[in-house]
Design a protein around this ligand. Structure first.
Ligand code: FAD
Length: 485
């Protein structure tokens, strides 16, 4: 196998999520150099994003710096950058940060760039209902949710209507939507109950809508019905068979099964429906011929390699293989499998059996001490499921500090109904929209590569010219001489 630079086999990993980070860590003892390129400086524990959005956890508790996590792994380097191209022929990856381009060569490539929110062709909804995929999303939602209560308090003080401000709509009744709706309900009914004077937060409406006929479809009809009943018990209105047809700043329109269209006035909306694989799957598909499915996921071989490219592994949310679900365990187990395969090849060992996903089950928290869990044939709900949820999330949170931090924050919320992370700023809510107005985004706010020296040179020439003129005036005794107009 080819090798570069120091003679070591070069592995490039795209992404620092579950696939990318666990893949890099699994190569710790292999005789390779690993370069992990990711567009954020952190590893994100997405399953707890909704807790950042609703003020339970801080962003740091679910997003440790990748550099710190890998500090002890000498064969791993972390590079910040958004990968914009993969060239399967030259075996290079091109990545950018603030307009600066870097190209990195690989012998083996692991692509684990995840998925983004899908608005099913209505991308303009994103402005009115942020999804839940990143720290930015969660902080923006936190700002919008807590901000809506603030706006309602002011409106009530002025004697104006508050219904649109105290109506929260969550679109998508999968685990994220259920968790989000449950937490907004607990915020309104418990946490914020005593904090306002002109409004009663307990009157807030929390509406969970989905075009599907049941809540939590992957958990089965029985658990879905239980989750719906639990949600209704804590004051969430569940509206099923309702499809979002349009959206604006002040509300949304829904089409019900019978064809009737209705409007809900709601300022704070959350989008928790649908995902779309990272566009890098399209880049790989165009060069390898591997087909994409409707969600943009790429077909891979049973050993997780790209067809015709045994040197490229694709993992997690980007792949279409045997109907594997888009869950963390698929990415983690795939990452360990790919790392083992790379190590085997370097040691001239036989290839492994095809990748086999071991389903460890799914769970969703609904409210304090209430959750649903589906583990094999075991279907659980209530406190037992909630305790299982707690244990599993503690085990999989990366980093000891984060586990201790999260445990303390959970104690504050689950024992005392309080939330430690209620800070919101105007920037959290509006900075992304402001950045989107710039043609090149944040790149427009810094000097372009190569232009810095030219700008310095021009500035220096201007200063020298001014100094020469000052010297001339002094030499010719013209300083202070009044010149008639
Ligand atoms: C809100 C939410 C809740 C969830 N809850 C659960 C749950 O309870 N249980 C469960 O099992 N799963 C859950 N999931 C799904 C789970 O998080 C994903 O299946 C898992 O993260 C997939 O891992 P991945 O490595 O494929 O992608 P990710 O973990 O998403 O990682 C992708 C990485 O690629 C980086 N990246 C993206 N594009 C580029 C680029 N162009 N260049 C460089 N880097 C790039 C990203 O910054 C990120 O580091 C949830 C997901 C969400 C969004």
């Amino acid at each position: 196998m080819a090798s570069k630079d120091n003679g070591k086999h070069q592995v490039v990993v795209i992404g620092s999520g579950f696939g990318g980070l666990f893949g890099t860590k699994a190569l710790k003892r292999s005789d390779v150099d690993v370069t992990m390129v990711a567009k954020t400086t952190h590893h994100l524990f997405q399953p707890l994003l909704y807790q950042v959005a609703t003020g339970i956890l801080s962003q740091g508790e679910i997003a440790p710096p990748t550099r710190e996590v890998l500090a002890g792994q000498k064969n791993a380097q972390v590079l910040l950058g958004t990968v914009t191209d993969v060239n399967l022929e030259t075996r290079t990856v091109t990545h950018h940060v603030l307009g600066r381009e870097t190209t990195t060569s690989y012998d083996t490539l692991i692509v684990a760039a995840g998925a983004s929110q899908s608005y099913f062709g209505n991308d303009h909804f994103a402005e009115f209902a942020p999804g839940m995929k990143s720290i930015d999303d969660a902080l923006e939602l936190r700002g919008r949710i807590f901000g809506a209560f603030e706006m309602a308090e002011n409106a009530a003080k002025r004697g104006e209507p508050t219904d649109h401000l105290l109506t929260f709509v969550v679109v998508g009744a999968g685990p994220t939507g259920v968790e989000m709706a449950g937490q907004i309900a607990e915020l309104a009914r418990k946490t914020l109950r005593k904090d306002f004077r002109s409004i009663d937060t307990r009157n807030a409406r929390i509406i969970l809508v989905d075009a599907a006929p049941q809540v939590l479809p992957p958990f089965g009809a029985k658990l879905g019905a239980k989750a719906k009943a639990e949600l209704e018990k804590i004051g969430v209105e569940v509206q099923l068979g309702a499809m979002v047809t349009s959206m604006d700043e002040r509300g949304l329109e829904l089409k019900d099964k019978d064809g009737s269209v209705r409007r809900i006035d709601s300022v704070a909306k959350v989008w928790a429906a649908g995902v779309q694989a990272n566009p890098l799957s399209k880049t790989l598909s165009e060069q390898s011929g591997a087909p994409l499915d409707r969600a943009g996921r790429i077909s891979v071989n049973p050993d997780l390699t790209l067809p015709g490219h045994p040197e490229v592994f694709v993992l997690g949310d980007m792949i279409s293989l045997d109907n594997l679900p888009g869950v963390a365990q698929v990415a983690i187990q795939g990452a360990k499998y790919a790392a083992k395969e790379i190590d085997n090849r370097l040691k001239n060992k036989a290839p492994q059996q095809p990748f086999k996903y071991f389903d460890k089950g799914s769970m969703a928290i609904i409210a304090k001490f209430r959750a649903v869990a589906s583990v094999g044939k075991l279907k659980l709900n209530g406190t037992i499921a909630w305790l299982m949820w707690l244990a599993v999330h503690l085990v999989y949170l990366t980093g000891f500090k984060n586990r201790v931090g999260a445990l303390l924050s959970w104690a504050i919320t689950f024992i005392g109904n309080d939330r430690s992370e209620r800070t919101v700023t105007e920037q959290q809510i509006f900075a992304r929209l402001a950045l989107e107005k710039l043609e090149g985004g944040s790149q427009d706010l810094v000097t372009a590569p190569g232009e810095f020296d030219a700008a310095q040179e021009a500035q220096r020439a201007e200063l020298e010219e001014k100094a020469a003129e000052e010297a001339r005036l002094t030499d010719q005794g013209q300083r202070g001489v009044h010149v008639d107009a």
